[in-house]
Ligand binder design. Structure first.
Ligand code: SAM
Length: 353
């Protein structure tokens, strides 16, 4: 194993910062041994901050209508084969009640950019969830909105917002999105969310088409400088009805290695081991946790719509991926030495804040 690269990992663990070239060297030099070394350091630092706790979030996929046409995404506007659905407020509230009874203390409302969900609807919904479950955190993941909208949603009770930056390289961004979507606007949204006091999550797909070690190095540098509270990374998985339907999926190995590096960049980060990781490998989510992740997001959506939220092919929707199978998830996590906890799971402020 290259001594230089080991030294770089040590340096990252110590200073939480590298140059773009150094990040790129670490990605290009990725080997199993280097990944094991990074994972070991990542797990040690995470253990110091979060012990062996794994936080759970109840994911409610509220709509698969989307006005956007992202080239990678199965719920993109142009996909005529996508069976569209939208949950109403009562159905969403019911999901939260079910989740609460199962021990979830964070609800993540995610969906396509569905114009039906205007500020009035969402603010009313947020207030109702907060009234029913005042001790729970609410995360929104509803894409790009105006600053004014983010401000109203925050005031109505939203605590966190997930908006993956998708790639920190503008040229790469243009290859993944239609020209109606602008890299600068995504960056504007992320900056607004932070300024408005949300706990903010960015993130990207590993192995997305046209991704290079250079664009990945920029992603790591972006995470270092933006310093999000959460970061969602998972493998890109092709969806047959999209322009990228015949592209190759991202790998478990590179995703796990990047999870470790990201943990070292920001030790107190809330880092999910994603459904996409669980989809490409039967023990993907366990491997993500062992690489340094500390969050899992089981599905709380009504059973009837789970298969319709098809971002990518073969998405896992039952077994320990389903919120109602929390015991199975807890057993899986226990088998690798971790404990699923009933907790809001806020970011722990440390000197790495
Ligand atoms: N509309 C909101 C947004 O854009 O942030 C939230 C929903 S969007 C479908 C959630 C995430 O799914 C995206 O940020 C993207 O990274 C991921 N995703 C979409 N298509 C994917 C695919 N084919 N493989 C893996 N992840 C995918």
């Amino acid at each position: 194993m290259s001594k230089e690269l080991l030294k770089l990992i040590d340096q990252l663990a110590l200073t939480h910062s590298l140059t773009l070239d150094e990040y790129q060297a670490l990605i290009e030099g990725h080997t199993e041994e280097l990944a094991a070394y990074a994972a070991d350091l990542a797990c040690r630092v995470r253990r110091k901050i979060y012990g062996n706790s794994v936080f759970i979030r109840g994911l409610i996929e509220i709509s698969n209508y989307c006005k956007n046409d992202c080239l990678y995404c199965g719920i993109r506007r142009s996909n005529r084969n996508c069976q569209r659905y939208r949950l109403d407020a009562d159905e969403i509230l019911q999901c939260c009640d079910n989740g609460y009874a199962l021990g979830f203390r964070t609800f993540v409302l995610q969906g396509g950019e569905d114009v039906f969900f205007d500020d009035a609807f969402l603010c009313d919904l947020l207030q109702r969830i907060k009234t029913n479950h005042p001790e729970c955190a609410i995360t929104l993941s509803l894409g790009e909105r105006s600053r004014e909208s983010y401000e109203k949603l925050r005031a109505a009770g939203a605590d966190r917002y997930l908006l993956r930056h998708e790639t920190a390289d503008e040229e790469h961004y243009k290859k993944l999105h239609p020209s109606s979507m602008q890299f600068q606007n995504r960056m504007r949204c992320l900056a607004d969310l932070k300024e408005l006091g949300y706990q903010v999550g960015c993130g990207f797909m590993v192995g997305s088409p046209y991704q290079t070690t250079e664009t990945l190095a920029k992603d790591l540098k972006f995470i270092e400088t933006f310093s999000p509270d959460m970061c969602g990374i998972g493998p890109f998985i092709p969806q047959a009805d999209t322009p990228f339907g015949k592209e190759t999926a991202g790998t478990l190995e590179l995703t796990c290695y990047l999870l470790s590096l990201i943990r070292l960049i920001k030790p107190n980060l809330l880092l999910p081991s994603t459904t996409a990781l669980g989809t490409i490998h039967p023990f993907g989510r366990e491997k993500g946790i062992e690489a340094g992740a500390n969050v899992v997001m089981p599905n709380l959506s009504p059973q009837s719509v789970r298969k319709k939220y098809t971002l990518y092919d073969n998405k896992i929707v039952d077994g320990s991926e389903a919120a109602e199978c929390k015991a199975e998830l807890a057993a899986r996590m226990a088998s690798i030495g971790y404990e699923v906890v009933t907790d809001r799971g806020d970011i722990k402020k440390t000197e790495f804040q």
